[in-house]
Design a protein around this ligand. Structure first.
Ligand code: GTP
Length: 287
């Protein structure tokens, strides 16, 4: 949800349909609601409703179609256009959406994306802007406590936000995390991460240094998607990646039917063939 031109369709197509940021420049306004269903992590079906943000549609969502739009919502992602010329009317719309959400889907989670962050080049100013939104939004929603992310289709921030959102939707994530931690330890790896096959969003990671967050793999998501896109254009199937230098070995391999695995080892005594054998042996524990 969000006003027309905020960037909702662009982000959906980037994450779920292999669009590049450049491709989104040609998009027209969404007519009413565009429904799509994507299969995520095997059995999870995400029903995504991309609600066109033109006035006539917004009025309709908040009146005649209220129950249809706001009923049975698991997650509401509200996209704020950073460059909006009328913040007050944006907040009013947001309040109205949350009011309807409270009536029909009290248990929904709310995420707010402060979008088009590429328009602010200075990293410090970026952080300040997101913080200002965070404070303003925290004051407005007493039932929902929205998580706020700064995003842009032009960098990895979009992957960061969406990974965090879907991470919380995968029902058996704690078990997957346990398995991944065990695998990392048994394979003597420094870093391990799981990526969802279609979107290349990071769904889970394990590291020798537990303070490192999912965040550092977002660059990988973005690079692999670009690489895979280029392979597609050249009609070369993307299969796996292997990189080795004197400091580390990195492998990205198809893993389960819905994931790829990334494994990084830094111990020079671990032969690459051993790491690959470990990946093969671990597969059955994750299906
Ligand atoms: P409606 O369908 O009318 O509701 O609009 P929307 O929110 O779906 O916006 P859309 O995705 O169609 O994007 C509108 C324009 O914003 C397009 O020209 C995109 O290229 C541009 N855009 C989307 N995301 C970003 C971003 O992160 N940064 C910049 N600079 N432009 C963006």
């Amino acid at each position: 949800m969000g006003k027309s031109g905020a960037g909702k369709t662009s982000m959906r197509l980037l994450i779920f349909s292999n669009y590049t940021a450049n491709d989104t420049r040609r998009l027209g306004a969404t007519i009413d609601v565009e429904h799509s269903t994507v299969q995520f992590m095997g059995d999870l079906n995400l029903n995504i409703w991309d609600c066109g943000g033109q006035h006539k549609y917004l009025d309709n969502y908040l009146n005649e179609q209220k129950e249809n739009i706001f009923g049975n919502v698991e997650v509401l992602i509200y996209v704020f256009d950073l460059e909006t010329t009328n913040k007050d009317s944006e907040y009013m719309l947001y309040d109205e959406c949350l009011h309807s959400l409270a009536t029909y889907s009290r248990d929904a989670k709310v995420y707010c994306l402060v979008h088009k962050m590429d328009k602010i080049p200075d990293p410090e100013k970026k952080a300040q802007t997101v913080e200002l939104y965070r404070q303003a939004l925290a004051k407005r929603s007493d039932l929902f406590r929205p998580e706020v992310f700064g995003t842009s289709i032009w960098d990895q921030s979009l992957y960061h936000a969406w990974s965090q959102i879907v991470y919380k939707m995968v029902p058996n994530m704690a078990t997957i995390e346990d398995h991944l931690n065990n695998f990392r330890r048994l394979a003597d790896a420094t870093e391990v991460a799981l990526f969802e096959r279609a979107t290349f969003l990071v769904v889970c990671s394990a590291s020798v240094d537990p303070s490192t967050a999912l965040k550092k793999y977002m660059g990988v998501s973005q690079s692999i998607k670009t690489y895979r896109f280029t392979c597609g254009q050249l009609q070369l199937p993307f299969q796996s990646i292997e990189m080795r230098n004197k400091n580390y070995s990195l492998f990205i391999e198809p893993f389960t039917k819905s994931t790829y695995i990334l494994v990084i080892t830094t111990d020079p005594d671990i032969e690459p063939a051993v790491t690959k054998a470990n990946i093969n042996a671990a597969r059955n524990h994750f299906v």
